[in-house]
Design a protein around this ligand. Structure first.
Ligand SMILES: Cc1cc2nc3c(=O)[nH]c(=O)nc-3n(C[C@H](O)[C@H](O)[C@H](O)COP(=O)(O)O)c2cc1C
Length: 183
């Protein structure tokens, strides 16, 4: 089973890169038979959704090459960890656009959340929980939340020690959910 760790900020100088790499390193150090891979949204250049075909009805076939590439990547995973910043009390527009661009590639899969921001990304995570419900995604309750003021000294990601155990708990719950879904 494969889990995509989706880095959802595409900003130059984004703080999310350090967060996503830290999460990926920890996840890849596990010996549970689940594969973890970093998926950097910035590398896909997903265009703004303009297609006349509603993605949910596209049957994973898209007229735009970049969207097709994004679809192929997302479709290859059994579950996800969304690494999401909080923008204006919600999720980043580029990440939402990339989510909206696809349909059944997400459907019924497991997802866990890692948030960060001035308010530790809590509102972004809660916003995501409502959105992913539309694709009947199965959500892990345990989430990681990182505070911009205390865990990014001089822009370098430096999580609190307790976050290592919290991350392990989140991975364990996600892996259990994946096994249930794919049993
Ligand atoms: C457009 C924008 C809006 C933001 N709004 C919020 C907000 O409402 N709440 C919050 O806690 N942080 C907010 N922030 C702070 C971000 O969470 C913080 O800058 C974080 O590092 C952004 O992630 P990134 O650097 O990976 O893009 C905002 C940042 C941006 C760029």
């Amino acid at each position: 089973m494969k889990v995509g760790i989706v880095l959802g900020s595409i900003r130059e100088g984004r703080m999310g890169e350090g967060v996503a790499r830290w999460v990926t390193d920890l996840a890849q150090g596990r010996d549970t038979g689940v594969e973890y891979e970093l998926v950097d949204l910035k590398e896909f250049n997903v265009p703004l959704l303009e297609s006349p075909v509603v993605p949910g009805a596209a049957n994973k076939q898209y007229d735009n090459d970049q969207v097709q590439e994004w679809s192929n990547a997302i479709d290859s995973f059994d579950g996800f960890i969304f690494v999401t910043p909080e923008y204006n009390h919600s999720i980043p527009g580029a990440f939402k656009n990339a989510f909206d661009a696809l349909g059944s590639e997400w459907f019924g899969k497991a997802v866990a959340f890692v948030g960060y921001g001035a308010s530790s990304g809590v509102r972004a995570i809660e916003a995501w929980r409502l959105i992913v419900a539309n694709f009947q995604m199965l959500q892990v309750r345990a989430a990681l939340e990182f505070n911009l003021f205390t865990e990014f000294p001089e822009g370098n990601f430096s999580p609190e020690d307790r976050k290592i155990q919290e991350a392990a708990n989140m991975f364990t719950d996600l892996e259990a959910m994946l096994k249930k879904v794919n049993a």
